[in-house]
Ligand binder design. Structure first.
Ligand SMILES: *Cc1c(COP(=O)(O)O)cnc(C)c1O
Length: 396
């Protein structure tokens, strides 16, 4: 919960250097390179006057801790907002960000291609507190103006869309939000602030499931919320009032992930494009949903707004019975079958958005498979997929 000092958004170094240097102060910890894991609830004050005057840098474990603070400072610099708070998971970052800006009687515009559990936050939690959600087509752009009501308070974006990779026209949507004084929130987990900085596009609140590329090793859940000057006070107060905090071990692992995030993402990007291009040439594959592939859906907007692409994309197979798709996935050696992504290892899952999209119809023409391309040699990954597609052909 660190408010960056005035003017500190101006980066002194390039991003790769910031990733290595930011949020560390070896002088403070007897020269040790990394900020240590500081465990603790109680913080002692030398005198009553100090206790009552809150003169110390920290007052209570839940309210601030050196390990968490180091990560918050580093992320705040990377995001370019007013400050960052940490949450115990990506989903709790989504729910806390929404609770920070909404109140009873408000109306929320939520992108139809949002991460599915985000929809449950709206349909179950927010609804119970008298907040109504309207889902909108991710490709709506400036047309979102038609959905704004007198009680609309916020627009939530996620780009590219979960599973389906629609790219949103963020500047067009932010322009409508500005006209109506709405808050904008964006789940930026796919791009991370290395490839897209929501605040640079006028988005008030930038959310990351740090579980993915920040952690980078499939060994923790953490969420991050960066807010600009307009929204930070609300986010900070709501975070404090709800008593949200993160284990110092998890913050330590996330900070450790941050140091190598640039090189990891560069490799994820390169390998994912290599594999996606190979898949685009396969007869079993109807379409590849990867925004960085020329000619693909969303490519022009991606090229205009993003600085890169991470390792997650989807393919739509030619119409194939489920049993053959399952046989394909079961036969893969290097792609684990599991949720989440952003770690060093490759993953695959079947997916079908048709049961929960409500503003748009999901009918892509064949079964969907989402792939996360890890840090393995892409030639090995392609060979694995080639063997798998032979199994698919036999099973079909
Ligand atoms: C994984 C994910 C989340 C949730 O993160 P958790 O740490 O699993 O709660 C939120 N948004 C997106 C886009 C995700 O991929």
């Amino acid at each position: 919960m660190v408010k960056q000092p005035e003017g500190s958004n101006a980066r002194r170094y390039s991003v790769d250097t910031e990733l290595v240097t930011a949020g560390r102060d070896p002088q403070r910890f007897d020269g040790f390179v990394n900020t240590p894991v500081v465990r603790g609830s109680t913080v002692l004050s030398p005198t009553v006057a100090d206790l009552e005057g809150h003169t110390g840098r920290y007052t209570y474990g839940r309210r601030g801790n050196p390990t968490l603070e180091g990560l918050e400072v580093a992320l705040a610099g990377l995001e370019g907002g007013a400050g960052v708070v940490l949450t115990p998971s990506g989903l709790s970052a989504v729910s806390l960000a929404l609770l920070s800006v909404l109140e009873a009687g408000d109306h929320l515009l939520m992108v139809d291609s949002a991460y599915q559990p985000t929809r449950r936050v709206c349909n179950e939690i927010l609804r119970r507190y008298g907040i109504e959600t309207t889902y909108y087509d991710p490709l709506i752009a400036g047309g979102i103006a038609d959905l704004v009501r007198p009680n609309t308070r916020a627009i939530f974006l996620e780009s590219p869309g979960s599973q389906s990779f629609e790219i949103q026209d963020v500047p067009a949507i932010v322009a409508v939000a500005a006209q109506h004084g709405l808050f904008t929130l964006m789940d930026n987990t796919w791009a991370t602030p290395l490839f897209f900085r929501p605040h640079d596009f006028g988005v008030d609140i930038s959310i990351q499931a740090g579980t993915k590329y920040l952690g980078g090793h499939s060994d923790l859940n953490i969420g991050t919320i960066s807010a600009n000057d307009r929204a930070f006070r609300r986010v900070h107060l709501t975070h404090g009032d709800l008593g949200i905090t993160v284990a110092p071990e998890d913050a330590f692992l996330a900070a450790r992930g941050l140091r190598t995030m640039g090189v990891r993402l560069a490799r994820h990007q390169q390998s994912a494009i290599t594999v996606a291009e190979w898949l685009a040439g396969r007869p079993e594959v109807l379409r590849v949903l990867h925004p960085a592939l020329p000619g693909g859906p969303g490519h022009e907007l991606w090229k205009r707004d993003f600085k890169g692409a991470s390792g997650l994309f989807s393919i739509i197979l030619q119409p194939t019975p489920k049993a053959a798709v399952d046989a394909f996935l079961d036969s893969l050696d290097l792609f684990g079958l599991g949720y989440s992504w952003g770690g060093f290892e490759s993953l695959a899952i079947p997916f079908d958005c048709s049961s929960y999209r409500t503003a748009t119809r999901w009918a892509p023409g064949g079964p969907g498979v989402r792939l996360h391309i890890g840090l393995e040699d892409p030639a090995d990954l392609i060979a694995d997929l080639e063997r798998g597609l032979a199994v698919l052909a036999t099973a079909r």
